[in-house]
Design a protein around this ligand. Structure first.
Ligand SMILES: C[S@@+](CC[C@H](N)C(=O)[O-])C[C@H]1O[C@@H](n2cnc3c(N)ncnc32)[C@H](O)[C@@H]1O
Length: 98
C-alpha cells in the first residue's frame, strides 16, 4: 500500500474515537442542513459511498436505497455499523479494504 494511503488510514483510525465530537459544531451549523438537502435530491436506487466514515450520511438516505459503503479506516467504519442497525430501511453493505 502507498505510504500516503497508509498515513491517511492511520490518521482516521486515530481520530475515529473523537471524530464525531470534533466535527459536531460544523455538523450542527452547516453539514446537517446540506446533507438533508443533498439526499432529498437522490434519485438512484444504488449508491457507492466512498469514504463512508462514521456513517453521518446514513440517516439521510431515502428509503429503499441500496448502499455499499467503502472506507479505508476500520475505526471510522466501526462507528458507522451501529447506525445501520437503527436506520433499518437502508440496506448498507460495508467493505473495508486492506
Ligand atoms: C472527512 S471523512 C468523511 C466521512 C463521511 N463521508 C462524512 O460525510 O462524514 C473522510 C473519510 O474517507 C475515508 N477515506 C479517505 N481516503 C480514502 C480512500 N482513498 N478510500 C476510501 N476511503 C477513504 C477516511 O477514512 C474517512 O473515513
Amino acid at each position: 500500500m502507498y505510504s500516503d494511503t497508509q498515513s491517511t488510514r492511520q490518521k482516521y483510525n486515530r481520530s475515529s474515537k473523537f471524530y464525531n465530537l470534533m466535527e459536531f459544531p460544523i455538523e450542527f451549523l452547516m453539514f446537517k442542513r446540506w446533507r438533508k438537502k443533498l439526499f432529498k435530491m437522490l434519485k438512484c436506487p444504488k449508491v457507492l459511498e466512498v469514504g463512508i466514515g462514521t456513517g453521518k450520511n446514513i440517516k439521510y438516505y431515502p428509503e429503499n436505497v441500496w448502499v455499499v459503503g467503502v472506507d479505508l479506516s476500520e475505526g471510522m467504519m466501526a462507528k458507522a455499523r451501529p447506525i445501520v442497525l437503527v436506520v433499518t430501511f437502508v440496506s448498507i453493505y460495508f467493505i473495508y479494504f486492506k
